[in-house]
Design a protein around this ligand. Structure first.
Ligand SMILES: [Zn+2]
Ligand SMILES: [Zn+2]
Ligand SMILES: [Zn+2]
Length: 269
């Protein structure tokens, strides 16, 4: 039997979420629950570890929806609001598990976190509570002991996403490799090499028309065809893409199997 390795999409939407506030478009008024997307984040259960990637502004709602009670490690892709601003709600997890939580991110991202959440790192006022985090610089692949045996390797990969330092992550356990790249416009050659021929690739797909910091559907599919994962899922999806239409359109895509992710989707790499 394969050791347990599951990825839960807490959120699969773009920075504004879907539906967007004050929008009259058909997707924002869709009755399909797959067209309701909170801000992108995933929760990985691997080898007995619980790993959260990004703390979106919707983290509280996502944690309630999925009854999340444990987080062993947090990995942050970058310091944009839609990937970070739920960090304060981690304090409830600290209280429940009574431990600090290691938070891994690029050094530039940690600098932003220390600035944005400066109160977290000041001397505590007795009787108040706040996130308890151990900030760790992500400068290369790390190994984490898995309670179920073996180790989980987490490797950062650089992506181009406007002016903000941004990482994707490759998680490897029991020979299975999963790459998560929610915000991306371009990839350097080393990143393409690290994401090549993996078991599951989750990649940014904002919309069909060009955007200065995100991938179009066409560009995401072109990366998928080039990188040849066993399977691919699209995330960080905006309100111009209807889930049902996109899923039907992608059913014809080959040879790599591609589908849009949605909130609540659980997959194994
Ligand atoms: Zn984003
Ligand atoms: Zn809309
Ligand atoms: Zn971003």
């Amino acid at each position: 039997m394969l050791p347990s390795y599951k990825i839960l999409f807490l959120g699969s939407g773009t920075s504004a979420g879907v539906p967007m506030v004050a929008c009259d478009c058909p997707v924002c008024h869709s009755s399909d629950p797959h067209d309701r997307s909170t801000r992108s984040s995933i929760y990985i259960s691997v080898g007995g570890l619980k790993i959260l990637v990004d703390t979106s502004p919707d983290f509280r709602e996502q944690a309630l929806r999925h009854d999340i009670r444990r987080v062993d490690h947090i990995f942050i892709t970058h310091a944009h609001v839609d990937h970070l601003f739920g960090l304060d709600d981690i304090r409830r997890i600290n209280t429940v598990q009574n431990t600090d939580i290691p938070l891994h991110a690029a050094p530039e991202t940690l600098t932003d976190i220390r600035r944005i959440f400066d109160y977290v790192f000041r001397d505590p006022i007795p009787g108040t509570y706040r996130p308890q985090l151990t900030l760790l610089e992500m400068r290369g692949p790390i190994l984490i002991d898995a309670p179920a045996g073996g180790q989980v390797e987490v490797a950062p990969v650089d992506v181009v996403h406007g002016h903000t330092k941004t990482l994707g992550y490759v998680f490897t356990y029991a020979g299975r490799r999963f790459g998560y790249v929610p915000d991306c416009h371009e990839m350097p050659p080393a990143t393409k090499a690290a994401l090549s021929s993996i078991d599951l690739l989750v990649i940014d797909t904002l919309k069909r028309t060009p955007h200065p910091t995100h991938l179009t559907l066409e560009a995401a599919l072109s990366f998928i065809d080039e990188l040849k994962p066993r399977r691919a899922l699209l995330t960080h999806i905006g309100h111009s893409l209807s889930h049902a239409e996109l899923e039907a359109e992608l059913a014809a895509h080959g040879p790599v199997k591609v589908a849009p992710a949605y909130d609540g989707l659980e997959v194994e790499p």
